[in-house]
Design a protein around this ligand. Structure first.
Ligand SMILES: [Fe+2]
Length: 287
């Protein structure tokens, strides 16, 4: 049988040179690094990083403005795709500098968060265009119901204010930690859909508020980096003033050092399945 995710992660730590991460993966909820700042995980970001972000933001912005280069999620009847909540970029890893961006951030996540090598399982680039449609899918409060070792790393490609579709999380006002929900998919021996499709009801949000959590929108300029555990209660917001573009990559520990980080053999995107009961799985499965 497969290893569990916890067993596999343990192996991955043993195979990583002098593993001594600053964070405990199971305690970690999220970390935000604004341009010009350093944080515990992302401790070393140079101007080169922001130059690369500018460069790829321009390329992806063109692609995201071209209907032929985008995908749309299934939508309500009668909704024109141009008016929808999100548009997703079809081709991502053929842009050469995206590997350079990931290879600045990933070694810091490996060293400071995982204490192991990591795999970029999937990478997504998408735009939240200004629209009047109603929230659905990830625009409702939810957790991702993935194994606890999975994280996401989001990089803003546009300046994101309150009304520009920021990511939002439930964060404790004293501890600063996100509200992490139990996952129903932890390993092959515990793998099921979450109740209510892992959406949070208004009552559940009120309960969190009673425990001291409050909704916190992550605003920041182009180049803001957000690393977060996928089981933190979060949602996307509808952009009201300006379109928001992001890179978002989904990561998990790896026993192997993968070079390059992004490779069409093992890094998928919207068309690909995003998780597997076998933590050592490599290769893409089309949905
Ligand atoms: Fe999500």
């Amino acid at each position: 049988m497969f290893k569990t995710y916890a067993e596999y992660y343990n192996d991955a730590k043993l195979l990583y040179p002098s593993s001594n991460p600053k964070k405990d993966v199971y305690e970690f909820t999220h970390e935000i690094t604004l341009p010009g700042q350093k944080s515990e995980i992302i401790e070393n970001i140079t101007d080169d990083f922001y130059k690369l972000v500018d460069k790829v933001a321009g390329i992806y912005s063109e692609r995201l403005s071209d209907n032929d280069r985008c995908y749309w999620p299934p939508g309500p009847d009668g909704l024109k795709k141009e008016d929808d909540i999100v548009r997703m970029c079809k081709d991502i890893i053929d842009v050469p500098d995206i590997e350079n961006i990931v290879s600045i951030i990933a070694p810091q996540i490996e060293k400071n968060l995982y204490g192991s090598y990591m795999q970029v399982q999937n990478i997504y680039v998408y735009r939240s265009p200004v629209t009047k449609v109603q929230p659905r899918m990830s625009w409702l409060w939810h957790y991702d119901n993935h194994p606890y070792e999975y994280m996401k790393c989001m990089i803003y490609l546009t300046d994101v204010g309150e009304n520009d579709g920021p990511l939002e999380m439930m964060v404790h006002s004293d501890t600063g930690l996100g509200a992490k929900h139990k996952s129903y998919r932890t390993s092959w021996n515990n793998w099921r859909a979450a109740p209510n499709n892992s959406r949070f009801t208004e009552k559940q949000i009120e309960d969190l508020e009673e425990q001291g959590y409050e909704p916190k929108k992550v605003c920041g300029p182009k180049g803001t980096i957000i690393v977060f555990n996928e089981n933190v209660v979060h949602r996307a917001n509808i952009a009201k003033e300006n379109d928001r573009d992001v890179i978002n990559f989904m990561i998990k520990p790896s026993t192997e050092k993968l070079v390059p980080y992004l490779n069409k053999e093992y890094t998928g995107t919207f068309q690909n399945k995003d998780m597997f009961t076998d933590p050592s799985h490599r290769g893409l499965i089309f949905k």
